[in-house]
Design a protein. Structure first.
Length: 203
């Protein structure tokens, strides 16, 4: 492990780039990612609907009032926004200044901190922040609105967020292939990994 001093947001001076991994590097990656989001969403759907049935005490008959379709659509937009904000809040906690945007041709939204290097474990927190925090929020929403048909809305929103986390989970898996002393710079659609010079990279 390197003993060089580290300036916040930069890898130690004796580190070199070991990997530049982009989702868009290969067309197949985007296709596979989109395909994997379906079973992932199905798995999260089962989990949250079981939670709603067990703890949310949903009504015996599902009733949909005139406002719920609008609430549902607004909720989806808020999920997208909150997902990226959760990334951004985690980045700020670790000293970075996040920037937000979208890659419209891939229908991808992102929060990134250009050029800011996080330790590997910090990056794992950032990557998983939306999945963990919004899942907890949805479960609280189910508990707080137990006995109303709104529990189903919370379950659906949580499922959508879980399905949308496929990219985060993929990047988490890539990051976990590297040791704790690695540094990672987040990109709009990928990551750069830095290791001490002379240390074998993993690809």
């Amino acid at each position: 492990m390197s003993n060089a001093k580290t300036i916040s947001g930069t890898p130690p001076s004796d580190y070199k780039e070991a990997l530049y991994w982009k989702i868009g590097d290969k067309t197949g990656r985007i296709v596979v990612m989109n395909l994997l989001s379906v079973p992932l969403g199905f798995a999260f759907g089962i989990m949250f609907f079981i939670f709603a049935l067990g703890f949310g005490k949903p009504p015996e008959l599902i009733s949909i009032d005139s406002t719920q379709p609008a609430i549902f659509l607004v909720g989806i937009l808020l999920v997208v926004v909150a997902h990226e904000l959760a990334h951004g809040v985690a980045m700020r906690i670790f000293g970075a200044q996040p920037k937000y945007g979208a890659i419209w041709k891939r229908l991808m939204f992102y929060a990134t901190a250009p050029g800011y290097a996080f330790s590997r474990n910090q990056y794992l927190v950032i990557s998983l922040a939306p999945l963990v925090s919004l899942s907890i929020l949805a479960c609280l929403g189910i508990l707080m609105q137990a006995g109303t048909s709104n529990v189903w809305l919370w379950a659906i929103w949580a499922t959508i967020n879980g399905s949308a986390a496929i990219g985060d989970l993929w990047l988490t898996a890539v990051a976990l292939r590297y040791p704790e002393h690695a540094y990672i710079i987040d990109e709009q659609d990928g990551i750069r990994v830095f290791l001490p010079q002379g240390e074998d990279s993993i690809k």
